[in-house]
Design a binder for this molecule. Structure first.
Ligand SMILES: [Zn+2]
Length: 186
């Protein structure tokens, strides 16, 4: 969801303890940008890795092994002057290199399977983010559906079943006949 709002050039600082899910978040970001998320691993690369995205590339930086912030610049990466999105793990170590408009994503483990995610961004970006997370009407009954609802875009199982039923009944139709190329993967 965050990735859909990015246009390229943004720096995303990922914060959180070991195991908080920084790499997992970077993987989701890669998926959202249309990169192959299987490429995203941590930390098998030394400092940075670039993934080609369908829309925007992602540079994944692991600042853990950097002993000083200048080493980031020495690696050839000029944050704030990129055409791609930069996601930085252990960004605390390169604090002085982070652009003023850096989007900070802080991950906190609240239980073994749950995370609290805090995103700090400019007022303009925060507004767009909030708008994209606002409840949307259920595709069937139009009841508002919360952003984190597991059955989205439906309000629940009942409406999901109604939707499935309409497909089976043939009440939904596609606008043209299916061709073989529609069935081929890529
Ligand atoms: Zn509904």
């Amino acid at each position: 969801m965050l990735a859909t709002l990015l246009v390229g050039g943004e720096t995303i600082a990922l914060r959180g303890d070991l195991g908080a899910g920084k790499t997992c978040f970077a993987r989701g970001l890669a998926t959202g940008l249309g990169c192959d998320e299987r490429q995203v691993s941590s930390p098998t690369f030394i400092v940075l890795q670039r993934y080609r995205g369908a829309r925007i590339d992602l540079v994944h930086v692991d600042a853990y092994r950097l002993s000083n912030p200048e080493q980031l610049r020495d690696s050839g990466l000029e944050l704030g002057a990129l055409d791609c999105v930069a996601a930085i793990e252990w960004s605390e170590r390169v604090e002085s290199e982070l652009p003023a408009d850096t989007i900070t994503v802080s991950l906190l483990a609240t239980s073994p399977t749950e995370r609290a995610i805090t995103i700090n961004a400019s007022a303009e970006f925060a507004q767009r983010l909030a708008a994209s997370m606002s409840p949307r009407p259920c595709a069937i009954c139009k009841t508002p559906v919360e952003f984190l609802c597991a059955s989205k875009p439906f309000c629940g199982k009942r409406c999901r079943d109604v939707d499935l039923g309409r497909w089976i009944d043939g009440r939904y139709q596609i606008s043209r006949p299916i061709e073989q190329t529609d069935l081929d993967e890529d």
